[in-house]
Design a protein around this ligand. Sequence first.
Ligand code: ADP
Ligand code: MG
Length: 249
Amino acid sequence: MSDVVLSTRNLKKSFGALKATQDVSIDLRAGEIHAIIGPNGAGKSTLIGQICGGLRSDSGRVYLNNQDISSKSTQERARAGLGRTFQISALAMEDTVLENALLGALGHSGNPWRFWGAASRDTDLRDRAIEALVRVGLDGAAGQTTANLSHGQRRQLEVAVALTLSPKAFVMDEPMAGLGAEGSKEMTGFLDKLRHEAPILLVEHDMDAVFSLADRISVLVYGQVIASGTVDEIRSSPEVREAYLGEEA
Ligand code: ADP
Ligand code: MG
């Protein structure tokens, strides 16, 4: 299919005898939010690690814009256009918001630290960093220390960092975690706009967010995709209710 931006084919990962992911094949299409849901321990974070390169797959492939990125490092995948945001924040808390965005922009140019002094004076990098902050609505906070941001703003800053690399697809592991009801609502609105920048593969536990955002949902249980479909199809699937949603209700 021509509009598939990111896809996995038969991804597998075991930890000893435990099969964390088994033959996971999913597609992320242009413009969409594809949510991955499933109970704790289903293999969601393992899958994200395999897609982003932090975890080496036992077998299977990952494609970004039809390019096989399976053997690339995490950094090479990011440079190829895989926009990852982290379950645990990788921001430098004592640095300013702009400095964090600059650090992201530097990812374009290889070694992130070596040319730091020069980079902060490089207008091209600055422009790209500031533009990314504008796009996530954080340009007003550019000079603030990152530690002063709210949880939600930090997540937005992570997205800004990812945006500096002109991502072709976003991959997110539980962006709503720890945000509270109000923060989750704001983040939902944010992601709804962000999908126009690049499609989002979204692992999320917050079902309100998933049901309001997702164009498609895949359900992962014991490392296997047991169902994939629209929100309505997933909500009304007896198998899914039994395996997963039923527990929540
Ligand atoms: P989820 O994100 O859906 O909650 P995970 O991908 O984190 O699930 O975990 C899937 C399974 O793999 C769980 O049983 C978990 O305990 C196990 N697991 C995850 N990472 C490791 C690891 N590094 N070593 C051993 N077992 C792991
Ligand atoms: Mg997880």
